[in-house]
Design a protein around this ligand. Sequence first.
Ligand code: GLN
Length: 189
Amino acid sequence: MVIGILALQGDFREHEEMLQRMGATTRQVRLPKHLAEVDRLIIPGGESTTISRLLVLYNLLEPLKQRAGRDLPVWGTCAGAIILASHVLDGRPDQATLGVMDMTVQRNAYGRQQESFQTDLSFPVIGDQPMPGVFIRAPSIQTVGPGVDVLSRLSDGTIVAAQQDRLLVTTFHPELTNDGRVHRYFLEV
Ligand code: GLN
């Protein structure tokens, strides 16, 4: 199994290092032909407006729309979650998204003081131990459709991880921790 990591912008190297430490085979994805070589895809954190623009420029948006969540399981972290969302609040008006996951996300949802923060998360599908949640100018998931399972919430109820069949989103960054459990979970969705 080859895990693709969209490598247009953002923290794709950290995902790659985490997966390689776990012994997984990875492939950076920059061009449509690379998609044929991967069995799963991670869309990393970064700047969603930039990643969107580059997806269009590199002709990746349409092939990904066709495959994401169908024959290609996809995990979006932070900006990647925005790219997958069907509805984006405070996106740029021309911001293209894949629109495949039935949810509304709010960009840059946490106020100034809270722009970046770390907190322990309850994330039952990966085990009982808390998952370190690293949030960096993160979006929040405001609502999810009926086909979406909520996997983790902040103590105030804000949704921070969700799954719709073979689509996974986290608004935080497991790749910036030493905890590989969400990565391992994604290898099995
Ligand atoms: N604020 C960024 C955006 O809107 C996301 C930040 C991140 O991915 N860490 O795209």
